[in-house]
Design a protein around this ligand. Structure first.
Ligand code: CDP
Length: 783
């Protein structure tokens, strides 16, 4: 029986699940080192306050407390501030002022975790409250409380960023037959991954070597940052090893550097013993990087027949107390300028202003490519607002306007070059699958009876695979990625890559890429990531960049191996290399299938019988700098029914058609889409973090922060089209974030559609029963 290769397109079962489903995964909190100490963090109860005094004496008297660290202790080491990934700086511990509730104020190191917690309780801080600003619009007004007194610039404005043709867009709007405008608020949310953040830092004073086990999505970048920030303390990059073990979900929230990491490293360097810090759930939600928090004002200009012409968008981005977003340096608003979406606008202008407020820092790419969710939601909502204005079916309006398949590669008016797409095909498949025409008839009948049913569409375009090094870097480090492949003499393979899975199944899918390229069964291929001592340098996994970037590196490294292997095969077959072809996963003499060699035979020869003059061995490395990003897309259709008594929105059906080019593993992609859809449902109907006027967090526990469970999650129906990326080595585009990006607009559009006859044009997400019921009551249709 032929051996199963399990290459591209096969639903190979996830290799990593063997340990995950048996409870044998190894997470940071599973790391236990001899003599290890535990750290806990005291946090500010106030959102803005002067620290008059920190009294650590009672904490230090508790048996088992080894040390208490305050900002003043860090000043001589110059570690009280650290750089953020967006070239801002962030306090590690404050010396005089706290800027948001739950900010780190002091750290206690103890022999047991519970003793460290007792130490935290015993720290006495004398605060003098200061005025608080939580609303970024108020923060930008003259006379507002200044959040960052450390800056020379005495206001809360961080940066202004704009792209497009302002004058040309203004003229298009002045001349337009139809203009629609919509203000939208995309609220602050949190990734809430199953595993919170944590670190075990272990400094070996004899070797001068720091080993760090850490929940990071980007271990190499962290190693470089540690060397740059703490080089003056003797931490050199070759003596720093960052190990990112199994990770229970990252979604962008494990890209930034948190003060807890720095404190644990500092504590281990000072004590010479390992120090563990594991954040608890409340700390994770209350203090770690948030996502979204965009106040958007968007306008669309069109002809009366619905032809879209121009887009004008003004946004205020709330970054909290420090700009600790993880965007590529060149783009402070991430890739928000994908906002023209699936439509060929002639003119567009986008401007974003960043603001400081007394809230936790961040602005991370929560399962999206740096602000793409905000962009997709805005344009897909706006298209529906236009459809209502000109009384056109939203599906028809989209079909009328889509960038046609013949226009690819398509240069968007805001500067992107979309690689490939067929938007009409995806929407048609979604409409056929859900039975769109029938649903519209049903809706009309129900409306006559006073029943509330809505149909919402989202035909989004994504942008993933950061990125081409000419435009993409983080703190100056270019955003390439890497793969190293070693074929052992017996034909077994070790693959090491610069990215790092947090549950996406890389050990399986990257093995499948190599299996396809080398004809070696996926079962014989081990994939390792996340250890900077062994993996080649890479920028890590976030923003769905693994497949577009490291996937490209893996395919090219495998092809380098195949090139060399071909020469060895020619030697073994006593043929001219030009007469050798790679067919059916074997090297064959052209036209003589009987004369062939498998990759395993060639691998053995690479160490035992390679041609004279050739280097022994069968290994290759590739650092892949993608020529472009990839542009996955999809069309989602959602059907909702609304309870006129409670205002509750029930998702009756949701069809998701996705296109991520060549699919490596259909089962894994399906899983990515299911999870992504649930993470899109979450902000549409449930999740948000709000603050009161004093900066007290209102959604700081899972009692208030409504993470959808299996009970709330509808039955997702998925389908696909396949439009390969022309520039990616295997034609693949990313997929991990598509559903989170595309789903919120489909759901919001469905709810607005159900209520449109009442004059409703927009409801800000999350669309809670309370908001809907108020609309029903105001219109006298509540039951
Ligand atoms: O960067 P991240 O791993 O989060 O996202 P991704 O590149 O979109 O991939 C998510 C998972 O789906 C990985 O295991 C990929 O290899 C897999 N995938 C696939 O099988 N086929 C694609 N065309 C894209 C992703």
């Amino acid at each position: 029986m032929a051996v199963e290769i399990g290459g591209i397109g096969h639903s190979v079962k996830r290799k990593e699940d063997a340990r995950f489903i048996r409870g044998k995964g190894k997470y940071v909190d599973d790391v236990k080192l001899p003599g290890m100490l535990y750290m806990d963090i005291a946090r500010s109860p106030l959102a803005h306050a002067r620290i008059k005094n920190i009294d650590t004496s009672k904490a230090l008297k508790i048996p088992g407390v080894v040390a208490v660290i305050t900002g003043k202790d860090l000043v001589p080491l110059n570690l009280h501030w650290m750089p953020t990934l967006m070239s801002d700086k962030q306090m590690v511990l404050p010396t005089d002022t706290v800027l948001y509730q739950a900010q780190e104020v002091a750290a206690v190191v103890a022999t047991e975790r519970y003793i460290a917690a007792d130490g935290v309780d015993a720290i006495e801080v004398d605060y003098e409250p200061l005025p608080v600003v939580v609303d970024p619009i108020k923060a930008l007004q003259p006379g507002a409380t200044i959040v960052r007194e450390d800056r020379e610039q005495k206001d809360n404005h961080i940066w202004h960023w704009e792209v497009g043709d302002r004058a040309g867009t203004d003229k298009a709007f002045a001349d337009a037959e139809v203009v629609v405008k919509q203000d939208l608020y995309i609220p602050r949310i949190h990734v809430s991954s199953i595993e919170t953040c944590g670190i075990v830092a272990s400094f070996d004073k004899i070797e001068g070597k720091l080993t760090v086990y850490m929940t990071t999505q980007a271990p190499h970048a962290i190693r470089t940052v540690i060397a740059l920030v703490a080089g003056h303390l003797g931490l050199a990059e070759h003596k720093i090893r960052v190990i990112s073990p199994d990770i229970g979900g990252g979604f962008g929230g494990k890209v930034p550097v948190y003060p807890g990491y720095v404190l644990a490293i500092g504590a281990s360097v000072l004590t010479g013993v390992p120090v563990k810090w594991i954040e608890d759930r409340a700390e994770n939600i209350q203090a770690d990087s948030f996502a979204r928090d965009y106040h958007i004002s968007a306008e669309l200009a069109a002809k009366k027949d619905g032809t879209m012409q121009a887009l004008r968008v003004k946004t205020i981005a709330d970054h909290g107390a420090f700009d600790a977003a993880a965007n590529p340096s060149k783009y402070p608003a991430g890739l928000f300028h994908i906002i023209t979406g699936s439509y060929p606008f002639q003119k567009s202008f986008v401007e974003v202003d960043g603001a400081y407020t007394n809230k936790p820092p961040g602005g991370i790419a929560y399962r999206c490519s740096f602000r793409v969710t905000e962009a997709a939601f805005t344009i897909e909502r706006l298209v529906d607002v236009l459809a209502l204005e000109i009384k056109k079916d939203p599906a028809e309006l989209r079909m009328q306007n889509f960038i046609p398949p013949t226009a690819f590669p398509y240069k968007s008016v805001l500067g992107w070059e979309y690689d490939s797409g067929d938007y009409g095909r995806a929407l048609k498949l979604a409409m056929d699958t859900i039975g769109y025409a029938e649903l519209r008839k049903e809706q009309a009948e129900k409306r006559k009876r006073g029943e509330l049913m809505g149909i919402g569409i989202s035909s989004f375009t994504e942008i993933v695979g950061a990125g081409p090094s000419k435009d993409f870097d983080i703190l100056g480090i270019k955003m390439f990625d890497s793969a190293e492949i070693r074929v052992h003499p017996t034909g077994k393979v070790m693959v090491r890559i610069g990215v790092k899975s947090q549950g996406q199944g890389h050990e399986t899918t990257f093995g499948q890429i190599v299996a396809e390229e080398l004809g070696i069964p996926v079962a014989d291929i081990a994939v390792e990531e996340g250890d900077t001592d062994t993996a080649p340098y890479g920028l890590g996994t976030y923003a769905s960049r693994s497949t577009p970037v490291a996937g490209g590196a893996t395919a090219i490294a495998a092809r380098k191996i195949r090139e060399k292997a071909k020469l060895i095969a020619a030697h073994l077959l006593e043929a001219n290399p030009d007469d050798i072809e790679w067919k059916d996963y074997k090297f064959q003499v052209k036209g003589v299938p009987a004369k062939s060699k498998t990759m395993q035979e060639v691998a053995f020869a690479a160490y035992t019988n390679h041609p004279q003059g050739m280097e022994a061995g069968l290994e290759a490395v590739d650092y892949y700098d993608p020529p472009n990003l990839t542009f996955p897309f999809g069309s989602y259709i959602c059907v909702v029914d609304i309870d006129r008594g409670t205002g509750e929105v029930k998702i009756r059906r949701f069809v998701a058609v996705d296109d991520c080019g060549t699919i490596i593993n259909p089962m894994i992609v399906e899983g990515q889409i299911h999870g992504g859809l649930t993470m899109g449902l979450a902000p549409a109907l449930y999740e948000q973090i709000t603050y009161d006027e004093q900066g007290n967090i209102q959604g700081g526990t899972f009692m208030d922060y409504l993470l959808p469970t299996a009970m709330e999650t509808p039955n997702w129906e998925t389908a696909k089209t396949t439009t390969p990326s022309p520039h990616h080595p295997i034609g693949a585009k990313g997929v991990g974030e598509s559903a989170t990006v595309g789903a919120p607009a489909a759901i919001a559009n469905a709810v607005v559609d159900a209520l449109a006859h009442l004059g409703v044009r927009h409801i800000d997400i999350p669309i809670t029963p309370w908001k809907v019921q108020k609309i029903l009551k105001d219109n006298g249709v509540a039951e």
